[in-house]
Design a protein around this ligand. Structure first.
Ligand code: NDP
Length: 605
């Protein structure tokens, strides 16, 4: 073996690790998959679906016409709205079920909520709004404030409909416009429509027997009940928990951020774990004003976005501006691949290098648990035995530490989940843990049908339903345009860059494309714009030439929402992919597509 290969040779027993990963996965596989979860709707916690943050304002139903309507007031709607306004299209109406803009950041106000991707690239339109993030990883209130800032700056509040849920969307071919119906009695029309309802917005509950029987207090993390806990989203201590026994069920990204805060004040905190998260270093820090002034030269955020994306596995960056857990992982993979002899370099060898770097990273993350958690048995239980991208990677510098507090107990369920909930507590391994409060950190619906999550059906030309058009999987061009649905645009990552580590980057690029397309349609007097069948088919064929879903969705991963809870997701899932050459190449391609001015693949009529 030559020197360079020796440097990258694994120092761990790969076969033993793989066997452990498989054993841990097998423990967790269950036949009911996604069906194990319960909807909040119709449950004893259904009242939490009402907006606890903003009072509902009565208003008359809308029956007017707008140029552009957007469903969803999160990042997708905001960045698309902003780009449209920049392009001179000011008649934009955003319809949002919450009482303000923000989407996920409107609802998720649990203590400790913060972005997991660096603020400099995660928070949209920083340069346009002139906002300097205060921290490398901003906390939720600052992100929500950025959403509101975008709304104000681009005049998106004027025409917005809050506390309003779309119930039906139908294309009127005679009038060439969309008819939008809502739960507030609106029935207005729009020449163009955008959809950005987000991937993780329908809270779900674990299907634990007895969940309805609990007589204490309980809530889901996406509707944090500060009236019960005390404290606030800005981090004030939750004083009301001092004499309370609190259970939190779930140890995903939300729980990892909330547990350190609960640990500070809860009389007793039980953390019920089914699968441990991988928790890497956070290293959050304030953003220095002088440093920021130095780098914030015109075009800075676009440069940072491109750099962050180029630092992902398939990009080729020479410097790393962001320097975080995501770019670290990618840098290691690239270094491993670069160290391979050029001769005979095959995709299999590249995948093996990728695997090695993952094993190495996860060994580090597991050693970190030993270094931090004082109780040996608790430390062993907190170790994640799967590849890093099998589940959402987490980053935190106070989560593992919280288990050293005498008031915090990890209750590991050996991969089986909580056994039962009684009137008075939570049962695991036959033992009841009596508690006053149960907090469900049990996540959001992912694998369910688009219509169920969005809450409405979309009927395109000749009444074609989106659920029918996509019965065998999503089919689009760029993840944006769908044949049979003229003047309609999706704003989401799949079938585009599919850049998971920084979702807002996908959205801002889509927003740009949509604004340019609509401006062009209006300039040339077209009443309809639609992708051709050939262009859509060609795009879908191109997507299928790619490497597939890589780690995401791999069947050998531990079950979770990344891989349809370990069950065969069916043939449609193979279309949940991105541009074969990777996100950087996609964004370059899209920029060329836009700047050519040809709108290749679209018909303007
Ligand atoms: P997740 O779906 O990631 O986690 C749900 C948790 O509930 C898991 O630990 C799951 O265990 C556990 N669980 C489910 N059923 C049971 C049961 N019967 N008994 C015990 N435990 C159970 O939800 P989160 O809200 O944590 O995160 C959802 C997503 O939201 C993240 O993946 C991320 O994309 C996003 N997010 C982003 C943040 C950010 O960017 N800063 C912060 C928080 C969330 P198991 O793993 O075994 O299924």
């Amino acid at each position: 073996m030559d020197g360079s290969r020796a440097d990258t040779a694994p120092t761990f027993d790969k076969a033993a690790l793989l066997a452990r990963y498989r054993e841990e996965r097998d423990k967790r596989l269950r036949p009911d998959g996604n069906a194990q979860y319960l909807e909040l709707k119709g449950s004893h916690l259904a009242h939490y679906l009402d907006d606890p943050y903003t009072p509902m304002v009565e208003r008359a139903p809308k029956t007017d016409h707008v140029t552009f309507a957007f469903v969803g007031g999160g990042f997708a709607g905001l960045v698309t709205g902003a780009r449209l306004v920049e392009a001179g299209i000011k008649d934009v109406r955003i319809v949002e079920k919450g009482g303000d803009f923000g989407g996920a950041w409107y609802w998720n106000r649990y203590p400790g909520a913060q972005c997991d991707t660096a603020s400099m690239v995660y928070m949209p339109l920083l340069e346009e709004t002139g906002h300097r993030p205060t921290e490398k990883y901003a906390h939720a209130p600052e992100i929500l404030a950025q959403c509101q800032r975008i709304g104000r700056q681009f005049g998106l509040y004027d025409n917005a409909l809050f506390h309003t849920e779309v119930t039906d969307l139908a294309w009127d071919d005679a009038e060439k416009r969309w008819v939008i119906s809502t739960n507030r009695g609106d029935r207005f029309t729009a020449s163009f429509i955008g959809l950005g309802t987000g991937p993780l917005h329908v809270p779900k509950l674990p299907g634990i027997p007895g969940i309805e029987d609990f007589k204490g207090h309980s809530f889901h993390t996406s509707r944090w009940d500060y009236a019960y806990t005390g404290g606030d989203p800005l981090g004030a201590p939750m004083e009301k928990l001092r004499d309370k026994r609190v259970a939190i069920i779930g140890t995903g990204a939300t729980s990892v951020q909330a547990v350190p805060h609960l640990a500070k004040t809860a009389g007793q905190l039980y953390v019920f774990q089914r699968t441990p998260s991988s928790v890497d270093v956070r290293a959050n820090a304030p953003i220095d004003e002088d440093w920021f002034e130095g780098i914030a030269t015109p075009g800075w955020q676009q440069r940072w976005l491109e750099n962050f994306t180029a630092n992902q596995a398939m990009g080729n960056a020479t410097e790393d501006l962001v320097q975080d857990g995501w770019t670290d992982l990618s840098r290691r993979i690239r270094a491993k691949i670069a160290a391979l002899p050029r001769e005979g370099l095959t995709p299999q060898k590249m995948m093996a290098a990728f695997e090695d770097s993952d094993f190495e990273k996860m060994e580090e993350i597991r050693s970190r648990v030993d270094a931090i958690v004082q109780d040996h048995e608790t430390a062993q239980k907190l170790k994640a035995w799967y590849r890093q991208l099998c589940k959402r990677p987490c980053f935190h510098d106070a989560y593992l530490q919280a288990f050293n507090n005498p008031n915090v107990t990890l209750v590991d369920t050996e991969g089986q989940g909580v056994e039962r909930i009684t009137e008075t507590g939570v049962v695991v391994g036959g033992r009841e843990y009596p508690v006053d409060c149960i907090i469900y950190a049990s996540g959001f619906e992912v694998g369910t049908e688009y219509k169920r999550r969005a809450g409405f059906e979309v009927a395109g030309r000749d009444g074609l339903k989106l659920s029918e058009a996509w019965a065998e999987g999503m089919k689009t061009k760029h993840g944006t345009h769908v044949r049979g649905f003229p003047n309609l645009f999706f704003v989401q990552p799949t079938q585009g860059a599919n850049l998971i580590s920084n979702v807002p980057h996908n959205l801002t690029e889509s927003g740009r494309t949509i604004a340019l397309t609509i401006k062009h349609a209006l300039d040339v007097g077209a009443r309809e714009v639609e992708v051709t069948q050939e262009a859509q088919d060609a795009w879908v064929s191109l997507l299928l030439t790619g490497p597939g879903r890589m780690m995401m969705g791999a069947s050998d991963c531990t079950p979770g929402y990344y891989n349809n809870e370990g069950q065969d997701p069916g043939p449609a899932a193979k279309l949940n992919v991105g541009y074969p050459a990777g996100p950087s190449a996609y964004f370059r391609y899209l920029e060329d597509w836009r700047s050519s001015g040809k709108f290749e693949g679209l018909e303007f009529r």
